[in-house]
Write a protein that binds this ligand. Structure first.
Ligand SMILES: [Zn+2]
Length: 50
């Protein structure tokens, strides 16, 4: 079933793209994360949107 609701699409895109990747251990964290959930490093970057 194709999603046509633009609001739903925006939410879906945010869920996929707004992730932070730890530069230290490579763990995936939520976009709101300040610290890595695995190694507690604050060295996080946003996952590239492609
Ligand atoms: Zn980490």
């Amino acid at each position: 079933m194709p999603v046509k609701d633009p609001e739903l699409i925006a939410i879906f895109k945010n869920r996929v793209l707004l992730k932070k990747v730890c530069r230290k251990c490579g763990a995936l964290n939520s976009a709101k994360a300040i610290k890595c959930r695995r190694c507690r490093s604050t060295n996080l970057r946003f996952k590239k949107a492609k």
